[in-house]
Write a protein that binds this ligand. Structure first.
Ligand code: RRO
Length: 308
């Protein structure tokens, strides 16, 4: 019997569970020079806003122990140029596509959702309500239950049921399951866990914050235990809600940890900066590991740590 490596998120089926992480592969063009994007489960695009945005002051990156900080600040071309130039190219490449959106207000999320209606070739919408690099913490909708709910309700109404909605949550909250509950009740079909953690580095010579934006989002292996913990907690409470897991995955074994905690698919972010083939390598390693554990399919391994 052949091993079934496919996965599905709220009705959208993907040939394998390895996705890119939003913001770490732009719209896929750079990675396409190394391998066919069809080899991946899906490309998750950089979160796009309504208008073009230049992002934060430099420096925008800092290396940290087993990780890094980014302080990009939602740089992007705006939804219209994105649809015309990036999304159309990506869809024509034959890749599966998850479009990530980010707004400054509930209405802006609704407007973004309306702009995406009717486009053939989108597998799901990731609603990023957890970017840490915004002007104020009030804009991190995923840190406030009522705001998180309002955004997802607006996207659901404005999408008119066209694509599955994946809400991307922040680990920077006291109880992530409470936020998960709000967005599920508002109509999220799946969850993306987790965005980066808010962090900061101070230059020991100048004693000034290293990043232009002062704070940034912490990613990389340092945050993997936080990803595993949040996925485990949310899957325990909502076992039927599919989770796209991410956070410091750089090997098949790391990916298996997130799957065992309850993720149905795994996004690779920081690891691709050091190795453009990271997604392909991790995908092969994960498949071999699942087979060596005698799982007949990926689906049989999802959440397995809860039963052991
Ligand atoms: O653009 C960013 O600075 C950014 C985003 Br939108 C996000 O969701 N997470 C992150 O670490 N950086």
């Amino acid at each position: 019997m052949s091993f079934d490596y496919s996965t599905s998120i709220a009705g959208s089926v993907f040939s394998n569970p390895i996705f890119t992480a939003s913001g770490c592969a732009a719209s896929g063009r750079e990675l396409a020079q190394f391998f066919s994007l069809k080899e991946l489960g899906a490309i998750v695009t950089k979160s796009i806003m309504l208008k073009a945005r230049s992002g934060r002051d430099t420096p925008r990156m800092a290396e940290t122990p087993s990780g890094m900080l980014n302080s990009i600040g939602l740089q992007g071309p705006g939804i219209d140029k994105f649809i015309e130039e990036d999304l159309s190219w990506l869809i024509s490449s034959g890749a599966k596509v998850v479009v990530s959106i980010a707004g400054e207000s509930v209405d802006e999320y609704g407007a973004l959702a309306r702009r995406l209606r009717g486009i053939k070739g989108i597998s799901a919408i990731e609603v990023n309500i957890s970017c840490p690099n915004v002007e104020n913490r009030g804009q991190v909708f995923a840190c406030h239950p009522a705001s998180a709910r309002a955004v997802i309700e607006s996207v659901r109404i404005n999408l008119g049921g066209e694509y599955p909605i994946i809400a991307k949550l922040s680990p920077d909250v006291t109880d992530i399951t409470l936020i998960a509950e709000e967005v599920i009740n508002a109509g999220a079909d799946g969850l993306a866990l987790i965005n980066t953690l808010l962090g900061m580095v101070i230059n020991p010579k100048t004693l000034k914050p290293h990043l232009g934006g002062k704070t940034g989002g912490l990613s990389g292996p340092a945050i993997r235990p936080v990803a595993v913990r949040t996925i485990f907690q949310v899957h325990a409470k909502f076992p039927k809600i599919p989770i796209l897991g991410m956070g410091g995955v750089s090997s098949g074994s790391d990916a298996l940890e997130l799957i065992a905690a309850g993720a149905s698919a795994v996004s690779i972010g920081t690891a691709s900066f050091g190795d453009p083939y990271a997604t392909i390598k991790i995908g092969k390693e994960l498949q071999e590991l699942l087979i060596s554990h005698n799982f007949p399919s990926l689906a049989d391994a999802v959440g397995i740590a809860h039963d052991r």
